[in-house]
Ligand binder design. Structure first.
Ligand code: MN
Length: 241
């Protein structure tokens, strides 16, 4: 993504996520999964499927690629009094999908690696949007709404199923769950996404959050982890800093 002499405004550089061990991952798109843990769906007042057979189709939304934060400093956003954390596994797509749907069996081959991130949410604006049947963009896709830790190539992670996702805020545990509890696992989500969008190298997918979402305040220190293999450390700073 370089500039052209015909450009009438400057071209922004792509957001990039550092890769543990070296290199950077340029971000093309950020997709997010909603209601992928039953306990979180219930705490938000939504129905949770009783079984995989009843799960219907996943809830998807998106954030702009430049919502990524990799500096560890997340400014408290404007226009909210209820900024919530949602700790999530993040999948990084490493190659373009072939034309057509990607099968569940073929989906894992698209994965470059994984990170942990926060799907930061203006919960008050989301509640107002839900009440009126309006889109979630202003609740979910605001500036600096997607802090993310370093990516680790998939080979360094191994099987995801039994691993534990967690978030501590100021040293106190707020959210924890086994990835076994995801209603839709990674290959299933990539299969479903591929019916809707052409997946491309550079895409990130936030996989949804377990129960325990709650408010953040300026000064809070967040430590998200997937066991001892993925981590994100960040601080919520005041908007003026
Ligand atoms: Mn989320």
């Amino acid at each position: 993504m370089t500039g052209s002499s015909d450009d009438v405004v400057p071209v922004a550089a792509p957001a990039r996520v550092p890769v543990q061990g070296g290199g950077t991952f340029p971000v093309r798109r950020i997709y997010c999964v909603g209601r992928n843990f039953a306990d979180h769906a219930r705490e938000m007042g939504a129905d949770a499927p009783a079984s995989k057979a009843d799960r219907g189709t996943p809830v998807f939304f998106a954030k702009p690629a430049d919502a990524i934060v990799t500096t560890g400093e997340v400014p408290y956003p404007t226009a909210t009094r209820d900024l919530h954390h949602e700790v999530e596994l993040v999948v990084a797509i490493g190659r373009d999908a072939p034309a057509g749907d990607v099968s569940v069996d073929a989906a894992s081959a698209l994965v470059y690696g994984y990170a942990v991130g926060l799907d930061l949410t203006r919960r008050d604006l989301q509640a107002a949007a839900k009440a009126k049947g309006l889109p979630w963009d202003i609740a979910k896709g605001f500036d600096a709404s997607a802090p993310i830790g370093p990516l680790v190539p998939a080979a360094g992670i191994g099987a995801l199923g039994g691993r534990t996702l967690s978030l501590q805020v100021n040293g106190a545990l707020r959210q924890t769950a086994s990835l076994d509890q995801m209603i839709w696992d990674v290959p299933e989500i990539l299969h479903e996404l591929s019916k809707l969008f052409a997946l491309r190298a550079g895409d990130l997918v936030f996989m949804g959050t377990p129960a325990g979402v709650a408010a953040l305040q300026p000064g809070d220190i967040c430590e998200a982890r997937l066991d001892d293999v993925l981590a994100l450390h960040c601080k919520i700073t005041s908007p003026s800093l």
